[in-house]
Design a protein around this ligand. Structure first.
Ligand code: ZN
Length: 171
């Protein structure tokens, strides 16, 4: 299993060397969950893992900003919290997680209504301009963005630009 330091190094290497602009990148930093199970949530080992992941995230964000500036949307979240050595779905320590959006199209605010983990996938689909299936749980967190569809519209515009460039390149 790759831990945060190795993941960050590989992500930084990828964004430093690729000539492609990916539409979607999913980055998983597992250290905090591993430390929680091994040593307990809020233990010294857990807190060290939080610092390692924070430092890794800083390296990743700096690299992404060096490549794309603010013309990128980043969502940072977790799949669950924990208490003692595991997860207890009945307790807020396991159920409440951060959900942070930053960058293109983001409306800077604290969202008053709860955001659920099942809202993440529909939000990403919405940002990509992909139709959100009606038979999945969750719904796009549109209130996190400047206007309904704003980020999607920006995305569609950039896709059109890319298509124009691709078309121009074949002539
Ligand atoms: Zn776990």
């Amino acid at each position: 299993m790759w831990l945060a330091d190795a993941v960050a190094a590989n992500v930084v290497k990828y964004f430093s060397t690729t000539s492609q602009r990916p539409e979607l990148v999913f980055i998983h930093l597992p250290d905090v969950d591993i430390a929680g199970h091994a040593s307990g949530w809020m233990s010294d080992d857990y807190r060290s893992a939080v610092l390692r992941v924070d430092a890794a995230l800083d390296k990743i964000l700096q690299r992404i900003q060096a490549s794309y500036g603010t013309d990128v949307t980043i969502i940072v979240t977790a799949d669950h919290g924990g208490i003692n050595f595991s997860h207890d779905n009945a307790l807020n320590e396991s159920r409440q997680i951060p959900w942070i959006a930053w960058g293109r199209g983001v409306h800077t605010q604290i969202i008053a209504s709860p955001v659920r983990i099942v809202d993440l996938a529909p939000t990403v689909l919405w940002l990509l301009g992909v139709s959100v299936p009606t038979n999945i749980d969750g719904s796009p967190v549109t209130q996190a963005f400047q206007a309904p569809g704003a980020a999607g519209a920006l995305h569609a515009a950039s896709l059109r630009d890319a298509a124009s460039l691709a078309t121009a390149g074949t002539h």
